[in-house]
Write a protein that binds this ligand. Structure first.
Ligand SMILES: [Mg+2]
Length: 201
């Protein structure tokens, strides 16, 4: 099997880097920014609420980018991606995050190929909307790779990853919440990135 045949689909927030919106909520003091898809299951509705809140509190995209400078990848995250590549995997980051927020972190992770969304910004510098990566769930990307005969390893930590993890040749749920874990008892749960490297051999 050559390297074109092995793909690793890796979630970003909660797997390689901390969750970004809780950090933004803490630093801006906007409590409602702690809301997640647990409270508002429709991601686009959640993002529209976040955009309204940022505007109401006068927080621009540059402010967000300044806040997120304090965030660094988890220890071992870059090494994890490097080992995957050394094992012959192409790495794709499959994330519901936005390039405008995540790019500095992705740079620190060696600039892996990333399939995530984009934010639009108005004349005053406020986030005005979302330009979504065209896919129906993260699993669509895995389905395409499997259809091309590739072997797919996938890693995620939350509800929006479960279908991708189920679809993959090998899927791993990294440190999930209790509710995510109970929603996917059939998916292998692990406690560290190192454990995943051992399990894929
Ligand atoms: Mg995540």
């Amino acid at each position: 099997m050559n390297s074109m045949d092995k793909l690793a689909c890796i979630d970003l927030e909660g797997v390689l880097v901390p969750e970004l919106w809780p950090a933004i909520a803490v630093r801006t003091g906007i409590r409602d920014l702690f809301a997640t898809t647990r409270e508002i299951p429709d991601y686009d509705a959640l993002m529209r609420q976040r955009i309204v809140l940022l505007r109401q509190h006068g927080v621009t995209l540059s402010d967000l980018q300044r806040i997120l400078k304090a965030i660094k990848p988890f220890n071992g995250a870059l090494a994890f991606l490097q080992v995957l590549e050394a094992k012959g995997y192409r790495v794709n980051i499959i994330s519901d995050c936005f390039h405008e927020l995540a790019d500095p972190l992705l740079h620190l992770l060696g600039g892996p190929t990333t399939l995530c969304h984009r934010l639009t910004v108005d004349d005053e510098g406020f986030v005005s909307g979302c330009d979504y990566y065209p896919r129906k769930g993260k699993e669509e990307h895995v389905d395409k790779a499997l259809a091309q005969g590739q072997q797919v390893v996938a890693v995620g930590d939350a509800f929006n990853d479960i279908n991708m993890l189920r679809q993959a040749s090998q899927g791993f749920l990294l440190n999930p919440s209790i509710s995510t874990l109970s929603a996917a008892p059939d998916v292998r749960a692990v406690e560290s990135l190192e454990e995943i490297l051992e399990l894929i051999g």
